[in-house]
Design a protein around this ligand. Sequence first.
Ligand code: BES
Ligand code: ZN
Ligand code: ZN
Length: 479
Amino acid sequence: MRITIAKQPKKTDTLVLPIKEGEHLTGKQKKALSKQTILDIESSIKEKLFKGKVGEQLLFKNTIIIGIGDKKKITKHSLKKSIGNINEPIKKLKATKISIVHEDANESLWLAASIFMNAYKFDKYLSKKDKKLTEITITGSTPEKTEIAKMQTLLESIYYTRDLVNSTSNDIDPNTLVEEAKKLAKENPEIKLTILDRKKLESLGCGAIISIGQSSTKGPYIVIMEYSSSDAKNPEQPIAIVGKGITFDTGGLYLKPSVHMNDMKMDKAGACTVLGLFKTFKDLKPKGRILGVMAIAENLIGKEAIRPGDIITAYNGKTVEILNTDGEGRVVLADAVAYTEKNYKPSKIISIATLTGAAIVSLGYDITAVLGTEKDLIGKIIESGEEVDEMCWELPLYPDYCEKVKGKISDLTNTGRDARAQTIMGAAFVQAFAGKTPFAHLDIAGTAWANEHKAGYPAGGTGVGIMMLQKFIENIYSQ
Ligand code: BES
Ligand code: ZN
Ligand code: ZN
């Protein structure tokens, strides 16, 4: 995928012309069109067939005009929504190259990004692959080359993460997910890789992740990617991002009902987001030290599977009664977080996970739940999300609820005995392994996966979290 700039749109390209509400074609847009097309478009505007509202779109030969709404209310979100239906004309025209003609460089770049986000197609397993959109040229007013390069890097990582999340559990399993980390580390010498396999985890006393992974012949693993920019002030404390990488979640012996199990290849999205984020570092080279940790396992059933009521001992010595084997994500994160805290002494830990169905009940599919111990950290996460149109909303890590994950015959239970507020209980459980380190948790159960196409996100893995975490890191290190 490529975003380029040019003075004039290319003759063979499909044209995308954004028009604001109540406005007409601009001079530059007219220059790109034949007299007849100008007449056709202007008469649609006159006859109020096209008013320029967000969501309006018309096709004239090879020209797509899109409404971008009231000029005073244009945001990244409204622009993303304005191209929500653009796949239809792209498909109809079999367009592989697009030129945008628009007078605002930043808006054009975001529109180009949104078009690419929309046009993603997961065709890994199709024997016949359709031609894809490969290039968008921005004309009219052009963004900085560095901004374009950065956007391209982010989009490539989003595509990469989507590909991983969409890949099936017989393709991406714990072993092959680890291979992905190896590939990234090979491509970027600034990433140091540590792989803790089952044997090593056993010797370290990581009884939590082992208890989930013992249901499978593959894994479990804790993988640590350590990124240090060459100008990082060593021994600066790193920021740690810890992702849940359950390559398939059957629910364990608390077997999920079949419809709820169908998409559970997506339960690795947290780890895949960490991989996608680290992929951006090769080009973006953030200043500082960042740890990407992945807690990888399969949650299967069978004679080795952990049984409800079993009590295990986690890396930090805390005992945990597994009350519900479907609450496996928090259990694998427990060891990953405790190991990271003890061995790397990070300045902050952020976990990212498709942790609870309750996050979908409370915030739906468009808003990520964020919980944590520090207002400042949560504020920075929410702000970074706003800057890239990835909405996060805080749920309280209410101290009384943190009490509820404490056990009677063990130090902790994985779910508490009261099944309510599981998004909070899940975060409270993971937090118990972060020690005194400032901690935030992102529950992406709703946002990591689109059940059907929505503006910017084709059905399947969304790649949400990459732009937000990249922005968060950029904001931290630019202070
Ligand atoms: N992977 C699921 C959460 C999930 C649900 C992700 C729907 C995406 C879509 C997680 O492991 C799980 O099963 N959580 C349980 C927690 C319960 C046992 C306390 C849930 O949400 O029901
Ligand atoms: Zn589960
Ligand atoms: Zn799960």
